[in-house]
Write a protein that binds this ligand. Structure first.
Ligand code: PEP
Ligand code: MN
Length: 237
């Protein structure tokens, strides 16, 4: 599959060794990175919060089994930065886009930072947030549009496609889209993938799962790995 897209695939949350192994096996040929949430920022405290530190051992095991893989993990606190050896890209989630202390410490690691737009943040606020990472002499940043809050009820959030052009013109960074959290529902996510690629996005971060119905978080929006594979190959062929 010939394309220049940066493709990040993986489950919303890492749930087990079997789960992530199945995803990597299936999607290795078409993935640049694998995402896997360990520390999940959930709206409700009753919801699955992620395997947290216990997931790091699984991450290491996968890195040993598949030495070619690169990983993306969201960091939600400075303390978690003590254990990032097996993390290639540090994700800063929408809720933490303006957590400046966290941005500074993540920037200092010199790892690639995937900075997601806050769902109530303007694009200028997103660009300004980059300044906290850049001030650590870290210019290795990927920006992510993941949907903003509007009065539209057609999807979980409203994907701001025009943000792609705005950010591509105003920064030197790659601009990717997260269709999963924007769409909130598998069939909408598929449409947003097609729209983002047609629009000219630099990459995608897509939530996929071997059995979405059984997913411990965001089960409505995660795409079945086999179905996703067929879909993306069809679009990019
Ligand atoms: C995520 O990517 O796992 C996530 C929680 O997304 P966001 O921060 O965009 O809500
Ligand atoms: Mn999710």
């Amino acid at each position: 599959m010939e394309n220049n897209l940066l493709l990040i695939h993986g489950p919303c949350a890492l749930e087990s060794e079997e789960q992530i192994d199945e995803i990597i096996k299936e999607l290795l040929p078409i993935s640049n990175y694998f995402r896997m949430g360990l520390y999940k920022p959930r709206t409700n405290i009753e919801s699955f919060q992620g395997l947290k530190k216990n997931g790091l051992a699984i991450l290491k095991k996968m890195k040993n089994k598949y030495p070619e893989i690169k990983t993306v993990v969201e960091i939600t606190s400075i303390e978690q930065l003590n254990n990032i050896d097996d993390i290639d890209i540090i994700q800063i989630g929408a809720r933490n886009m303006q957590n400046y202390e966290l941005l500074i410490e993540c920037g200092k690691t010199k790892k690639t930072i995937l900075l997601k737009r806050g769902f109530g943040a303007t694009l200028e606020e997103l660009i300004s947030a980059c300044g906290y990472i850049e001030a650590q002499e870290n210019y290795d940043i990927i920006l992510c549009e993941r949907g903003i809050r509007t009065f539209s009820e057609s999807s979980r959030f409203t994907l701001d496609l025009a943000a792609i052009t705005y950010l591509q013109e105003k920064t030197n960074y790659k601009v990717i889209v997260d269709p999963s959290h924007a769409g909130g529902e598998a069939k909408i996510v598929k449409g947003l993938i097609r729209a983002s690629i047609a629009y000219g996005v630099d990459g995608l971060i897509v939530e996929v799962h071997p059995n979405p119905q059984k997913a411990l978080s965001d089960s409505n929006q995660q795409l079945d790995i086999k179905e996703y594979q067929k879909e993306i190959r069809g679009i990019l062929k």
